[in-house]
Design a protein around this ligand. Structure first.
Ligand code: ACM
Length: 374
């Protein structure tokens, strides 16, 4: 049956990491088998060290050495395969912490038996077993770029989320790829200055979404199936807030993914976006106007604090103050990088269109600017 709206819905069952819910229900499927495992323990369950490195304090990984795990997954994937008519099931594969496997005698025995030198290879073994299960259901495997690390089957499709590098590597190996790199398409990130948006660990402004190019140089475009935006919802309590995070960034990404590259034009997109704002107002859909806020870029030059201001929406004027007044259209217009004098200075910035404020005022102390310049 043709799809009414040309949308393919792909379910994701994330294994072998990110499996806290399964393990809370069936602790015996993990290496540690802790019967007190909870989905939301209310306590710190991981430590993050930057560069994607982390340690799980609670075991959220399925045990790759236990046949019961594969029986369980066969049941789960049988049910999921029957629910979704599309050819793919996403099996995750991301952020799988291997520390509990390393410490487990049965995992060590499996590694010896299979002649594996490194614990990473256990994930490759696990993924190959999962792919076999999917094949028996007539489904193809889709997984995050970590699945490349343990070796994958030729038919596997890769979602590149830790940047575009995994997608490039996968395409060069002849795999199909869905591009979804966090720096360009993670719409759970903040959209404007961190003093104006609820805090998340990273920022993704509208223009950066629009600038994304899903087919990297040197990659045969036939392997890039398309792209995706990711809205992880642990910080999204309501549908209206999901809309705020989604629009207009997904309008930008729709154009990136569905229009020819040659047709991209930021100024024209902004006009279309503003028409969409009117439609959204009529339809009762929430959206963010964060793209109108200035971007603040402090740096230290020859021991002096210098701030560059940027408005990504065309034809805005930026007014600012460093004299403890609320900026208005009578305040200095930003033209060149501002040198911030020593002392208890506060920078206040806002954007204007036709003499009327259009962005939100951003207020930053010198101390904060110095901190951000590092
Ligand atoms: C992911 O964001 N862990 C795929």
């Amino acid at each position: 049956m043709p799809q009414k709206r040309n949308v393919t819905i792909v379910p994701e069952i994330d294994v072998p990491g990110h499996s806290m819910a399964a393990i809370a229900a069936y602790p015996e499927l993990s290496c540690t088998k802790d019967p007190k495992t909870k989905v939301n323990p209310g306590s710190k369950f991981a430590e993050w060290y930057g560069n994607g490195k982390f340690k799980m304090l609670t075991d959220n990984t399925l045990n790759p050495s236990d046949e019961k795990v594969y029986e369980f997954l066969d049941k789960v994937f049988t049910e999921v395969a029957a629910l979704f008519p599309n050819p793919y099931i996403h099996v995750g594969g991301d952020e799988c912490y291997k520390g509990f496997w390393e410490a487990d005698a049965n995992c060590q025995a499996l590694m010896q038996k299979e002649n594996m030198k490194h614990v990473e290879e256990l994930q490759g073994y696990f993924m190959k077993r999962v792919e076999k299960i999917l094949k028996t259901k007539g489904k193809k495997l889709l997984g995050w770029d970590e699945i490349l690390e343990g070796g994958i089957a030729p038919e596997a499709t890769v979602m590149s989320w830790r940047g575009i590098e995994g997608g490039i590597e996968a395409a060069k190996l002849g795999h199909n790829v869905v591009m979804t790199p966090s720096p360009y398409v993670y719409i759970d990130f903040m959209q404007s200055d961190r003093t104006l948006e609820p805090p998340i660990y990273a920022t993704l402004r509208l223009k950066k979404c629009y600038d994304f190019e899903p087919i990297p140089e040197g990659v045969d475009g036939k392997f890039i199936l398309g792209g995706q935006a990711n809205l992880w919802t642990e910080g999204i309590p309501t549908l209206a807030y999901a809309e705020y995070m989604t629009y207009p960034r997904c309008w930008a990404l729709s154009e990136v993914y569905w229009s020819p590259k040659e047709k991209k034009n930021w100024e024209k997109f902004v006009t279309k976006m503003e028409n969409h704002f009117d439609r959204a107002d009529l339809a009762g859909i929430n959206y963010a106007r964060s793209a109108y806020d200035a971007a603040i870029k402090p740096s230290m030059k020859d021991g002096k604090l210098v701030v560059e201001l940027e408005a990504e929406i065309p034809n805005l004027t930026i007014h600012y103050s460093i004299d403890d007044t609320v900026p208005s259209k009578f305040s200095p217009v930003y033209k060149d990088p501002i040198q911030i004098p020593e002392g208890p200075i506060t920078l206040r910035v806002n954007t204007y269109r036709n003499g009327k404020p259009i962005g939100r005022m951003i207020t930053l102390s010198r101390e904060e600017l110095v901190k951000r310049s590092k």
